[in-house]
Design a protein around this ligand. Structure first.
Ligand SMILES: *[C@@H]1O[C@H](CO)[C@@H](O)[C@H](O)[C@H]1NC(C)=O
Ligand SMILES: *[C@@H]1O[C@H](CO)[C@@H](O)[C@H](O)[C@H]1NC(C)=O
Ligand SMILES: *[C@@H]1O[C@H](CO)[C@@H](O)[C@H](O)[C@H]1NC(C)=O
Ligand SMILES: *[C@@H]1O[C@H](CO)[C@@H](O)[C@H](O)[C@H]1NC(C)=O
Length: 145
């Protein structure tokens, strides 16, 4: 765990001048069972292709650090992915080379709450950005209404 944190700090420190990673939103608020779209954007060039893009995205919450998504030179690897996300996470392959790393997470759970960090590496450099997700328990509308 300490290694991962150091690795993230190291990657964060290696920000090259031209390569930028952004998040479209820094904070997301949602309710249990809803779906959500989380998006990171990054600088690309006209020749940016799948094989020049590697990413690793982590979820940090109170109890653990888990791997949300991993792409190695354009190839998705689910080996270390948290099984919690295997069925619930989808990403948009079509927009990756345009500089958009977009995730759709369905059926949110309160334990998806936390700090999401994506490290993105391309031939122009590497950088990372984070956002927060707060998933609250669904209100029991039947009882309330
Ligand atoms: C990142 O955000 C900055 C400031 O909002 C903006 O100027 C820049 O174009 C963005 N870059 C990318 C790659 O989204
Ligand atoms: C993919 O991008 C890399 C880095 O920009 C480049 O060197 C390589 O030639 C590109 N490959 C293809 C098939 O376009
Ligand atoms: C949430 O996503 C799931 C799986 O992609 C889909 O079946 C469901 O219809 C979506 N629900 C809403 C409210 O969009
Ligand atoms: C998450 O949302 C709930 C309900 O809006 C709020 O009470 C709580 O303070 C939020 N937690 C964080 C960490 O923002």
């Amino acid at each position: 765990m300490i290694f991962l944190i150091l690795q993230l700090l190291f990657l964060t420190a290696c920000v090259s001048g031209t390569f930028v990673v952004n998040v479209t939103q820094t904070f997301y608020q949602a309710e249990e069972n809803q779906n959500i779209t989380l998006e990171w954007t990054f600088s690309t060039r006209t020749d940016t292709n799948f094989s020049s893009i590697s990413t690793i995205c982590h979820l940090f919450n109170k109890k653990l650090i888990s791997i949300l998504f991993e792409l190695h030179e354009g190839v998705e690897t689910r080996v270390s992915q948290d099984p919690e996300f295997t069925e619930r996470l989808q990403w948009d392959k079509d927009v990756l080379t345009e500089g958009r790393l977009t995730f759709h997470v369905s059926r949110l759970r309160t334990k998806d709450s936390g700090f999401y960090v994506c490290d993105i590496h391309t031939s122009d450099g590497s950088s990372s950005k984070n956002c927060w997700l707060n998933v609250t328990a669904a209100l029991n509308r039947a009882v309330q209404g």
